[in-house]
Design a protein around this ligand. Sequence first.
Ligand SMILES: [Zn+2]
Length: 263
Amino acid sequence: MARSASTRKTASSGRDGNRRTTVSSRSDGDGNHVHNEILLALPRAESEAVLPKLELVRLKLHQVLHEPGETLKSAYFCNSGMFSVLNVMPDGKSVEVGLIGKEGFSGTPLVAGFRTSHTRTVVQAEAVAFRVDADALRAALAKCPQLERQLNRYGQLLAVQVTQIAACNRLHEVNERLARWLLMTQDRVGSRDLPLTQEFLAQMLGTRRSSVTISAGTLQAAGLITYTRGKVTILDRRSLERAACDCYALLTRQVKEWQSQNA
Ligand SMILES: [Zn+2]
């Protein structure tokens, strides 16, 4: 069950124009529920040490959180919605290599003591996150061994995704990749309605827009999804799983296997 956090709301707007909310405790109140699984896994003492360092931010669709080469000023515990991790080439082309939902966190290099990002993180579906300043995170990691452990474990899970998606982008057909991507997105967003444009989907899958149109049309004709301008609705998840390449099942199995290993 999600713990809730009572809040003290600040009067000011955030750096990015979002209303900011400072989380001062996790007791019940008029506060914001913590859905992020890393935060929920913390023992009470660590949770009480970490939550006051976080501020709740509402993030807009396509908002960039981190850019390659830039200093990581903040990290984000995703609380709802989804982030995409993109590999960006010098000519500006980019492809998605990871997806982050409420199970995850953007800013893993900070956990290893690095100060810059080598990928772009962009908000994929309107999201709410708990933001923490890099210095505050470093201070928390020094005092909170379970936080450090959870973030290290998550870093490994993200690395598994990156290696699988790299293989997927090279080896599998666009319609299989699209099905895999829709399943991963639904797992994170928690809704059968996914706000997506063809252009953005093409960028995520590293393919041409026309290929996305054809693949989405194929899935729609088979009754698996409906696709209108700017929105995909998943109608038949089981069939979508069958239409996806092996990557979705492999990733799901690996995550379950590692989550069962607590040594
Ligand atoms: Zn694949």
